[in-house]
Design a protein. Structure first.
Lengths: 84, 1099
């Protein structure tokens, strides 16, 4: 099971040189990423509302798995999903 | 080595992966070169369509071409194959050919040329190409195999969690190709499971000790083109962007540099370096000139050259005999010497160029045509050759017509000269079958042609895929020029109606911006394949060693995957057998004339008097609807000025008046000199012998070559290069180089620099409209013959013209009305009299059933066969005997095919009270009503007695009848649209064409008419032209650029218009210079009769 945020939560993310997430701030706490499990990109609906995102499925140090994405058009990060 | 040189893309689709690739091969190559790749592979789906273009582009860009294909297996899986050497290349061709030709074994084939069915799905459709493993194993030598994309067997087994089967599959492929030639293919297009998939595949490769390579499954050169790829996907799947379920997830399928690929494969660096090792092994040479000629069967101990010479010697008397006999002994001797000298010179050249076999092949085809009564003649520059003339390949005597060989053959030729043959369209198939039989189906195939996206279909298909409103898209498509899509944006933005969509500041409508950008981008993309007009490829080795073959949409027809350019670039020859409807027309008209005269001896057009005054009088009046090559609006306008009185004059007319400079009312220097308004002068006395036939004006391509030879000492080969350079898209540098060479050469011949420069400039200025004289001469002959038939046998000419549509410049309705103006009656379709084709009936033309829409071949044959048993007595009789569908019968009724039946047989007479505007065909409505009743009647029931079920229905009005005529047969034998509509137009200053003809120059006039031609030639500097027709004749309208801008919508879209303008008269040629164009339907406020929707009017 997972918790999917219908409206993804804007995140403050510290990234490395390749724009991969290293840590992010969630509910006032800095969370460190232990491992990237999957990474994928999406570029869709360019003809009406362009969406270009890079998704990361990561395991944070506590062991929880989350899904973040970076909006490639704005550079802003979002939290999309937290897995139980 | 550049950093980029550490990776080569080995899996790359061009737009020849039809509707699945979004870049031209050349763009991919250019991008790969930019990225520093030392090589690039092309792997289109089941085809090598783009191979030659790709190969050429690679050589030009200095990178190594790797030729391959992504093939589809019978289980739907993909496999990437790359040719290591020419054996591998041939195997690839054979595999693709097999997969495409064996489709029928898997189900009914609808034609290999159709675009692939939806998606690259795992299902192999009945009509999709596919290969089984047995065939693959048989033709695996010389090939490197990569395991394929996500749709490859290995990857898809992993994706579905079947590891063990994946291992088995890998072993199987490695067994087929050998472990050294089978690589596991890794792709990371940033799909969610790509990382895991790559890991699994690398493990598999490790466990089986196989190599692995990275590829990017490229579908476009640059990232931005992912949008176009999405749209192509929609076009392929016949859906819209919003509805499409097979779009790619992202835009990662572009050519990536080593730097972009490295992080994606950072755990497997070998995957990148192995791509170089694979490319290193691939060396294919696509020059097949060594295989170009098939063996021609020769007499014992004879060479091709020897046999050709022998044939010429034999045939000289046949061609020149009569001329030589009539001449004085001295003249005869001199001419004989000329002929022999030229033949000898040509034969030597032909032998030296290695073309003897080629001439024999073409001669043999023409000889077969002649023996079998197939009208055919060589066209183009081949008519410069006396050998071609003597062998009967061409019909124009190069000596008499002073034709210059260098345009056709010269010592420095780098490519094979074309000998194209025009053949009667109706007989073409027979000739094609002869070639197949002669050289064998293994060695012969038709050349394909790629149907590409041009402005209109780009707008239509792009609009549909993007889900834009259909009615708007249709109007836009009709508003742009037919071809070039480069200016779509300007074209559309210039139209008031569309302007809001394209306003630069309008950012609320980004979809329209995307739309035009994509229309531009898709321009010239291959959409699907079709058969080339007539190009037949013949080769010495089996064709499947060289190029894949596939089925055409035409049953039994095989085409190769290359178009004519690729065939030529691969060094092969093709013989063009082009269908020319004019040859069919002349053949048919002659047969009708013979029938009329009950003369079986045949009408020998070769023996027509070449200078019939009445024929030339007709031509000089511009009375030339249907006459070959001189029937266009521009031709009709210049004929009264040039006043051709001989075949030579017609040759000039044909060459000079083509869509070009003349249409902008720019009077050509030749016309001025011909009319005596300008003195005939020559820039240099050396030009006189070359240009005197054309009054000192450069008209023919041959003259350019002759001038360069005579003035600047060019060899014929160099001069021909100059001609080509001038007529193609000119590169400034190449042109400058040529200029220097020309000027230097001329100076050596004693010319001053300024004069040499002026002559060069004249040559250059000519290039836009230069025409091949020998070609024009061949066409002039056909022009004269067709004019002669029109003059002396107008009914037969009209009948044959109608039977050979579509051809020429005018629609059948115009031809019918022109015939009527010439006193030829055209009778409507008649159920008891019409044949399938149009026929002659007591000197009148009877329309054939083929003109009635939706009748179809089968129904027509049935109707005629049934009639053999006895004439049709009534609609009911016809219906019950033929039982056709409703629509064709309805169309026959509307076309008046039952009008000659007695009303009693058809049912009760219609209301006896005359109706205003009532037409003769008063039974049409009655018959339609009866048809409805007949349909309800089951088989076996007693026939209805219509006389007892009579109802009184109003008859068709003239307007209704005319519309019905146009709807069901595209023309009316009875009415001109204006004749019907005029009754509804008030006097209001509208003149008829006959009144216009009597008007004085500079008079302001208004005229209403039906638009029969509308043109806006690129070369006419923004001028546009309309030919209007009313019930009494035609009127030419010239539209100046400023007027055009205001009324372009009316110009482009309205079938019936009112023109206001001023009369201009020059040389007995009358034009209206338009000031204002309005749609005739705008008269509706005044007259309700005109308020019918525009669609009901003829278009």
């Amino acid at each position: 099971m997972s918790k999917l945020f219908r409206e993804a939560i804007k995140l403050e993310v510290q990234e490395d040189i390749q724009h991969q997430p290293v840590t992010f701030l969630y509910k006032g706490r800095r969370v460190r990423i232990a491992e990237t499990l999957k990474r994928w990109r999406v570029a869709q609906t360019w003809w009406k509302s362009p969406a270009e995102r890079e998704y990361f499925q990561v395991r944070i140090e506590s062991g929880t798995v989350c899904e973040l994405y970076r909006n490639l058009l704005t550079g802003v990060w979002y939290l999309q999903r937290i897995y139980d | 080595m550049k950093a980029g040189g550490r990776y080569v893309e080995l899996h790359c689709h061009s737009n020849f992966s039809l509707l699945d690739g979004a870049s031209h091969p050349e763009d991919l190559v250019a991008r790969a070169a930019d990225l520093g790749m030392p090589a690039l592979a092309l792997t289109d789906h089941d085809g090598l369509y783009g191979a030659i273009r790709f190969y050429k582009a690679c050589h030009k860009a200095g990178i190594k071409p790797v030729i391959g294909a992504e093939i589809t297996l019978e289980n739907g899986n993909h496999l990437t194959l790359l040719a290591k050497d020419n054996q591998g290349y041939s195997n690839l061709c054979r595999l693709i050919t097999r997969s495409r030709l064996q489709q029928e074994h898997r189900g009914q084939c609808t034609g290999g040329l159709a675009p692939r069915p939806s998606g690259r799905s795992t299902q192999v459709g009945k009509d999709s190409p596919a290969i089984n493993l047995k065939t693959l194993a048989r033709h695996s030598a010389g090939l490197i195999c990569l395991s394929g994309c996500r749709q490859g067997e290995l990857a898809s087994l992993f994706i579905s969690g079947r590891r063990e089967q994946a291992q088995e599959a890998a072993k199987r492929y490695s067994g087929i190709f050998g472990p050294a030639n089978f690589y596991v293919e890794l792709q990371n297009n940033l799909y969610p499971d790509d990382g895991g998939l790559c890991r699994a595949l690398v493990e598999l490769a490790g466990s089986l000790k196989l190599g692995y390579v990275a590829t990017n499954n490229v579908h476009y050169a640059r990232k931005e083109s992912h949008k176009l790829h999405d749209v192509l996907t929609c076009i392929r799947d016949r859906t819209t962007l919003d509805e499409c379920t097979s779009l790619k997830l992202n835009s990662e399928f572009h050519l990536k540099s080593c730097e972009e690929m490295a992080p994606l494969f950072q755990d497997y660096p070998e995957a990148l370096s192995n791509t170089l090792a694979v490319a290193e092994q691939c060396n294919v040479d696509l020059d097949f000139s060594g295989y170009r000629f098939p063996e021609f069967p020769l007499p014992h101990n004879e060479t091709a050259g020897g046999y050709l010479a022998q044939l010429c010697r034999q045939k000289i008397p046949e061609r020149y005999g009569p001329d030589l006999i009539g001449a004085s002994p001295e003249a005869c001797h001199e001419q004989g010497r000329d002929i022999e000298g030229r033949v000898k010179q040509e034969l030597e050249l032909i032998e030296k160029l290695g073309l003897s076999a080629y001439f024999l092949i073409v001669w043999d085809i023409m000889d077969y045509a002649r023996r079998n009564g197939i009208p055919a003649q060589g066209r183009g520059s081949a008519a410069n050759s006396i050998v071609a003339y003597i062998l009967g390949i061409t019909g124009v005597d190069p000596i008499k017509n002073k034709l210059f060989l260098g345009r056709f053959l010269n010592e420095e030729m780098s490519s094979i000269p074309d000998i194209d043959i025009d053949v009667s369209t109706r007989h073409r198939e027979k000739l094609i079958q002869y070639v197949y039989d002669k050289y064998g189906r293994e060695h012969t195939a038709m050349v394909c042609t790629y149907v590409t996206f041009q402005a209109r279909n780009a707008i239509r298909e792009m609009g549909k895929a993007m889900g834009l409103p259909a009615y708007l898209i249709e109007r836009m498509a009709r508003s742009v020029s037919v071809y070039g899509a480069k200016d779509i944006e300007q074209d559309l933005a210039a139209v008031e109606e569309f302007r809001p969509y394209f306003a630069a500041q309008n950012s609320t409508l980004p979809v329209w911006q995307e739309f035009v950008a994509l229309c531009r981008e898709i321009y010239d993309f291959p959409r699907h394949l079709s058969i080339h007009n007539g190009g037949m490829l013949i080769s010495a080795c089996p064709l499947t060693d060289i190029v894949p073959l596939e089925k055409a949409t035409m049953p039994g027809r095989i085409v190769c995957q290359w178009d004519k350019d690729s065939v030529a670039d691969a060094g092969l020859i093709k013989v063009d057998l082009l269908g020319l409807r004019m040859l069919s027309l002349i053949h048919e008209a002659c047969a009708l004339v013979e029938e009329k005269k009950h003369d079986t001896s045949g009408l020998d057009l070769d023996r027509l008097p070449p200078d019939d005054e009445k024929v030339y009088d007709m031509i000089c009046r511009g009375d030339t609807v249907g006459v070959f090559q001189v029937e266009s609006r521009a031709q009709m306008q210049t004929l009264p000025q040039i006043k051709p009185r001989s075949i030579d004059d017609l040759t000039i007319e044909v060459a000079l008046i083509r869509p070009g400079p003349l249409q902008g009312n720019m009077v050509h220097p030749y016309i001025k000199r011909r009319k005596g308004l300008e003195k005939v002068t020559y820039l240099h006395p050396g030009l006189k012998p070359i240009l005197e036939d054309t009054l000192g004006v450069l008209l023919f391509q041959e003259q350019v070559i002759q001038v360069a030879v005579a003035i600047a000492g060019f060899t014929p080969g160099e001069a021909d290069c100059l001609r080509r350079a001038m007529s193609r898209k000119r590169s400034k540098e190449a042109m400058n180089e040529m200029r220097h060479k020309f000027v230097d050469g001329a100076r050596r011949y004693g010319l001053e620099t300024t004069l040499a420069e002026r002559i060069f400039a004249a040559l250059q200025g000519f290039a836009e409209y230069g025409f091949c004289k020998s070609h024009a001469a061949g066409f002039a002959l056909l022009c004269y013959r067709s004019a002669w038939l029109k003059k002396y046998h107008p009914a037969e000419f009209c009948c044959a013209l109608l039977n050979n549509q579509p051809m020429g410049f005018y629609a059948p309705e115009v031809i019918v009305r022109d015939a009527k103006r010439h006193g030829v009656d055209v009778l409507p379709v008649d159920i008891n009299r019409s044949d399938i084709r149009c026929t002659i009936e007591e000197g009148k033309v009877r329309l054939g059933l083929m003109y009635v829409k939706e009748l179809g071949e089968k129904a027509m044959s049935q109707v005629i066969a049934e009639r053999e048993r006895g004439p049709y007595l009534s609609l009911a009789d016809f219906y019950l005997r033929n039982r056709l569908e409703r629509k064709p019968v309805e169309n026959l009724i509307l076309a008046g095919a039952f009008d000659s039946l007695p009303p009693g047989g058809a049912g009760p007479a219609c209301r006896s009270r005359p109706v205003v505007g009532q037409a003769d065909g008063c039974q049409k409505r009655q018959l339609l009503w009866q048809l409805g009743l007949l349909e309800k009647q089951g088989p076996g029931e007693l026939p209805l007695q219509f006389s007892h079920t009579g109802v009184s229905l109003p008859a068709f009005t003239e307007l209704e009848e005319m519309k019905a005529d146009y709807e069901v047969q595209g023309l009316s034998t009875k009415y001109h649209p204006l004749q019907v509509l005029r009754k509804g137009i008030s006097g209001d200053g509208l003149l008829k064409s006959s009144e216009i003809a009597r008007s004085r120059p500079d008079t302001p006039v208004r005229v209403a008419g039906y638009v029969i031609t509308r043109q806006r030639p690129v070369t006419a500097k923004g001028f546009a032209f309309i030919t209007l027709e009313d019930e009494e004749g035609m009127v030419n309208v010239v539209i100046r650029p400023d007027v055009y801008r205001n009324y372009r919508q009316v110009f482009k879209l309205e079938p019936l218009i009112v023109v206001e303008g001023i009369i201009q008269r020059r040389d007995n040629i009358l034009n209206i210079i338009a000031r204002k164009l309005t749609p005739l339907r705008h008269e509706e406020q005044r007259q309700p009769v005109l308020s019918e929707p525009a669609t009901a009017c003829p278009k």
